[in-house]
Unconditional design. Structure first.
Length: 593
């Protein structure tokens, strides 16, 4: 336990610019510092360090925090570990509560368990790489396309076919029989006989935790005998629900790429990593848990699910999607042909085709929505149940804009009104009439501002506020162009005025006095400055992204309507060539939307 006073002392004495400069190059940019973000690949600096607030924030990937948050993400540390590490850098001794004799005993026992696992891993790896007993297993790996370098990187080993190879080795190292049994490495023989090895004649995959310690093993047969896999039991140092295979080896690549490819098995991971896609991790024979997700969140905010393409794999992927969304991560699904897994797909089609599959990964909720609607069928009752299931999952989304987009898509697929779906069907349940869509407004009325109407305008209002108070956001909007960010004409013209600011505006009175505004623009400015300015420090990149999404969607919907009209005209005139082209474009727009 570390006292609050000590935590505050470390925080007060820490210099975030000095800390981050020891990891990457920073350049002065006004009152702040900028550099290339270490958590995702980029060529233009969007990583911002604020010395006054002692915080960092990346406008590219949205990651931000203080000195402790940086160390936790950069070095994969827990919060207490980050405090201790920062204390060492500052020469501050971080006292922790004196542990009790019982706690000290448990700590010593854990260290012994770690040491036994380490010795066992070295034994298995040595057999595979150096002993004649392991030559068949090494040849098996090579036939499947895995190099010796991959075996060394993941410390893959081989358990010899005899019954006491590891038992004797551990005895020679002086480890107690009972302790080795706790780890599941050995088992007690029948009365009068000694212990025997649990793993025999199997490839061995050591499971390594985020601190680089071996905590468990998985064993696979080389033939078709059963069981194909056996695994270490849960122990004081190993919990399946808190461990991801390969994360230790892949964490730097995950951090750099900004996303993690999550697979189900050992060989899936080896195939993906061996092909050069090192930002990969695997579950250890268990469903994805919130503990897994919180572990991943140290390194990334986006996960690509690459599970088996059969029904069981799809169910597992959708369960994983739910857990990931609950924890606030972005999640997409990589779809392969039926019957394929990453290993077989890479062997047949190669890295370039696999890369294309990753780039074409679809939002998991979109795949889920299509699957539920398809599986429930066309009947009214079945359709209603499908909509209820989908609405339940949409509640997991943190972004109101994203939720609105999915509701619009669901409305198009089911023929239901968006406002009805937004209410979760409450109007129907209460017997009230579902409101019909509002009548089309004239151009004059359409140009008027609508404060608080819909998430699209709300996100644009928030972005206008950020334009007024943040020079970096102004720079990004200039690069993008206001027409790409603001769908509403009134707000777009206001944004153009704000982009010419020399400094920042901190209240509506100042904005109205400095800018030449129309009456409707004054109302917008008054509205946006009612927000808490400090509340948006860590979500500015998300607001910028949401505005771009909203405008892009509006443009796509407009083009889709135009294509529908053109298709109908082509059908009437018998213009099959143009009709085919229009249909192809509309299909692509629907897919991307």
């Amino acid at each position: 336990m570390i006292s609050d006073e000590k935590i505050q002392e470390v925080r007060d004495r820490a210099d975030i610019v000095e800390l981050i400069s020891s990891y990457l190059t920073l350049k002065k940019a006004g009152a702040n510092y900028q550099g290339l973000c270490p958590f995702h690949g980029e060529k233009t600096p969007s990583f911002n360090v604020n010395p006054a607030r002692q915080t960092f924030h990346c406008f590219g990937c949205g990651v931000g925090g203080d000195v402790f948050g940086f160390l936790m993400r950069m070095d994969g540390l827990s919060f207490p570990e980050a405090i201790v590490e920062m204390g060492k850098k500052l020469g501050i001794e971080v006292e922790q509560r004196k542990i009790t004799p019982a706690e000290e005993k448990r700590q010593r026992e854990k260290e012994v368990l770690f040491r036994i696992n380490e010795v066992a891993a070295e034994f298995f790896h040595g057999v595979l790489m150096e002993k004649s007993e392991g030559s068949g297993a090494l040849a098996y790996l090579q036939r499947r396309g895995y190099s010796s370098e991959t075996a060394r990187q993941f410390q893959i080993g081989f358990a010899p076919p005899g019954w006491t190879g590891l038992v004797r080795h551990l005895e020679e190292k002086g480890f107690q029989t009972e302790t080795c049994r706790k780890l599941g490495l050995t088992r007690a023989g029948k009365t009068g006989k000694g212990d025997y090895d649990f793993f025999r004649n199997r490839l061995i995959f050591p499971v390594i935790n985020s601190n680089g310690k071996v905590i468990a093993f998985g064993g696979r047969v080389l033939d078709e005998s059963l069981p194909k896999y056996i695994n270490s039991p849960e122990t004081d140092v190993y919990r399946k629900a808190q461990t991801l295979y390969g994360l230790y080896q892949g964490r730097d690549a995950i951090r750099r790429s900004g996303e993690c490819i999550l697979v189900e098995g050992y060989f899936d991971l080896l195939a993906v990593a061996g092909a050069g896609f090192e930002n990969v991790a695997a579950t250890c024979g268990t469903a994805l848990t919130s503990e897994h997700v919180r572990l991943l969140r140290r390194y990334t905010q986006r996960v690509l699910l690459l599970f088996d393409q059969d029904q069981a794999g799809q169910k597992a992927a959708f369960r994983g999607m739910e857990v990931l969304l609950k924890e606030g991560l972005s999640v997409a699904m990589v779809l392969l042909e039926a019957g394929e897994d990453p290993d077989s797909y890479l062997k047949k089609r190669g890295k370039d085709a696999f890369q294309k599959r990753l780039e074409d990964a679809r939002p998991a909720l979109a795949v889920f929505m299509e699957s539920v609607l398809r599986d429930h069928g066309e009947g009214s009752e079945s359709r209603a149940r499908a909509v209820e299931v989908i609405l339940g999952k949409l509640k997991l989304l943190n972004s109101s804009v994203e939720r609105r987009l999915y509701l619009q898509e669901l409305a198009e697929k089911t023929g239901l009104d968006v406002s009805f779906l937004q209410s979760g069907g409450k109007e129907a349940a209460s017997g009230r009439k579902v409101p019909s869509p509002p009548p089309r407004k004239s151009a004059a009325l359409h140009s008027r501002p609508h404060l608080g109407e819909g998430p699209e305008l709300k996100s644009q209002n928030l972005l206008l506020l950020l334009l007024a108070i943040d020079a970096e956001i102004r720079r990004r909007v200039v690069e993008k162009g206001t027409e790409k960010v603001f769908a509403d004409e009134e707000r777009r013209s206001l944004a153009d005025l704000l982009l010419n600011l020399d400094g920042n505006l901190m209240n509506s009175e100042e904005a109205i006095s400095v800018l030449e505004l129309t009456d409707s623009q004054k109302k917008i400015v008054t509205e946006i400055f009612r927000q808490d300015l400090m509340a948006f420090a860590d979500v500015r990149a998300e607001i910028f992204r949401d505005c771009c999404i909203a405008v892009d969607l509006q443009q796509r919907k407009k083009r889709t309507k135009e294509l529908t009209r053109l298709i109908n005209e082509a059908e009437k005139t018998g213009d099959n060539s143009n009709r085919t082209a229009y249909l192809a474009e509309k299909t692509e727009l629907d897919r991307r939307r």
